[in-house]
Design a protein around this ligand. Structure first.
Ligand code: AMP
Length: 446
């Protein structure tokens, strides 16, 4: 049966009213597919990215099943890879449970556990938790698991990437055998398969897009940029258009790069316009930054992948990948921050010669070619400094060795010799082919 409205699911009045307050007029495809089997008690594996409405797809039927507050011990446990995602799930629960008396506690690390323990002691129906903090509090005797009826693993692929498999297995050992299991994942890697096999019993599989395909609503663009300085120049150029790029996240590969980009943007646009989040920032600073960004107080959020995981900010106009993600699945996650639920967005990627390797892998994963754009007029193309040139060349060597263990790595002499011979100025070359496999940087005189 096609379910085109939320009332087709036979949700109770409290939930339907909350859905209406949230302004959701119709269920999204993942909600249409996942809600009925979840309501009927089946194990479900949902393949869906962020932005598809997957959170409400499991939250709504869980609320319907739990119905009202009961006893002291949680009846549903939702596991999330990061604090940010856990907080976002909890927010969703609060939104939809507002006309019920259901109690939710969210547990994550980085803060002292005292408040969380107090909340648990007051009685709880739903726990949302990161695996580490859940186990710590369980082992310390603060959580009773015997009443658990539903267990959810959200973003299972990220949990695997983050090395949570051991912790998840420990958790599976301490929860009742008889329970309903739900697993959501944006991609279906081998490890996700494995944990799904250990976790789910004869699951109903629902999938909303092809595996790892970015949302249709995201326009992707790729710039080939020779070096860090030029990336900064390009970023600066793009940021000039503050009407179009009104709310953006800039993703960086490391804290160091994130800090660098942040200082640049801060100098240029003032501290009131930008924040940076990464694992070295205190939990409260991160939460404040995310909230400030959500509320539209700041225009630019600079982030690393781990810090930005699960960030639910609507109306992000642009995602800029200052670095190409090397965990290639992160590409899909990153660009999922824009073009969320019915809005369109732009994902712009800056790729230096050492990062092309990952672009090729990403394109294979998403089964699409990312459209390439020329670096706009007026963006100064800087020379690649000696150290960066070396680092890039070394990385390319390592990539070649990874693909072909026989490769000897004589990148230098040969390429420099060849490129000196053809002696074209990098500025004049056509961008798309500017350095296909041959970093411009290497062409320059040493
Ligand atoms: P998610 O994929 O769960 O992270 O959800 C992405 C965004 O879509 C969130 O901002 C939700 O509030 C929003 N959303 C989820 N379901 C619906 C719906 N049925 N109608 C409109 N917006 C929705």
């Amino acid at each position: 049966m096609e379910r085109n409205t939320f009332s087709d699911f036979k949700f109770n009045r409290q939930i339907l009213n909350a859905i209406e307050d949230a302004g959701y007029s119709a269920p999204t495809p993942i909600q249409r597919k996942a809600i009925p089997p979840i309501l009927s008690g089946q194990d479900v594996m949902g393949i869906a990215q962020t932005g598809t409405g997957k959170t409400a797809a499991f939250v709504l039927p869980i609320l319907m099943k739990l119905n009202y507050a009961q006893g002291n011990d949680a009846r549903a446990l939702i596991l999330s890879p990061t604090r940010e995602l856990a907080m976002q799930i909890e927010e969703n629960i609060r939104l939809f449970a507002k006309y019920t008396d259901l109690r939710t506690v969210v547990l994550y690390g980085g803060l002292g556990p005292k408040t969380q323990i107090t909340a648990l002691e007051q009685g709880v129906d739903i726990i949302v938790a990161t695996p580490g903090r859940f186990l710590d509090l369980y082992l310390a005797g603060h959580i009773a698991t015997k009443s658990l009826k539903v267990l959810v693993m959200d973003e299972a692929d990220k949990m695997m990437d983050m090395g949570f498999i051991g912790k998840l297995h420990r958790i599976l050992e301490v929860v009742p055998r008889k329970r309903q299991n739900l697993l959501f994942s944006a991609t279906m890697s081998e490890l996700v398969h494995k944990i799904a096999g250990d976790f789910l019993a004869f699951p109903t599989i629902v999938e909303v897009t092809e595996q790892a395909t970015p949302a249709q609503t995201v326009r992707q663009t790729l710039y080939y940029v020779p070096n860090l300085k030029t990336k900064i120049n390009l970023l600066q150029h793009l940021l000039k258009d503050d009407e179009t790029l009104h709310r953006l996240i800039v993703f960086c590969k490391t804290r160091a790069v994130a800090d660098n980009v942040f200082s640049f943007v801060e100098r240029r646009y003032g501290a009131e316009n930008v924040r940076v989040i990464h694992a070295n920032k205190g939990q409260n600073t991160r939460i404040n930054s995310i909230n400030a960004f959500k509320e539209g107080d700041i225009r630019i959020l600079v982030a690393t992948d781990v810090a930005a995981r699960g960030l639910d900010v609507s109306n992000v106009s642009h995602v800029i990948n200052f670095n190409v993600p090397i965990v290639i699945e992160d590409y899909v996650h990153r660009i999922g921050r824009t073009g969320r639920a019915f809005q369109t967005g732009d994902a712009i990627t800056f790729c230096n010669p050492a990062e092309e390797y990952y672009i090729r892998k990403i394109e294979k994963l998403i089964r699409q070619q990312i459209p390439v754009a020329d670096i706009p007029e007026g963006v100064e193309i800087a020379e690649t400094g000696f150290e960066e040139r070396q680092a890039i060349a070394r990385e390319i060597d390592a990539q070649k060795r990874k693909d072909n263990p026989e490769f000897k790595g004589a990148f230098h002499e040969k390429k420099v010799a060849n490129q000196k011979k053809n002696g074209r100025s990098p500025q004049k070359t056509k961008r798309n082919t500017a350095y296909a496999g041959k970093p411009k940087s290497i062409r320059k005189k040493r």
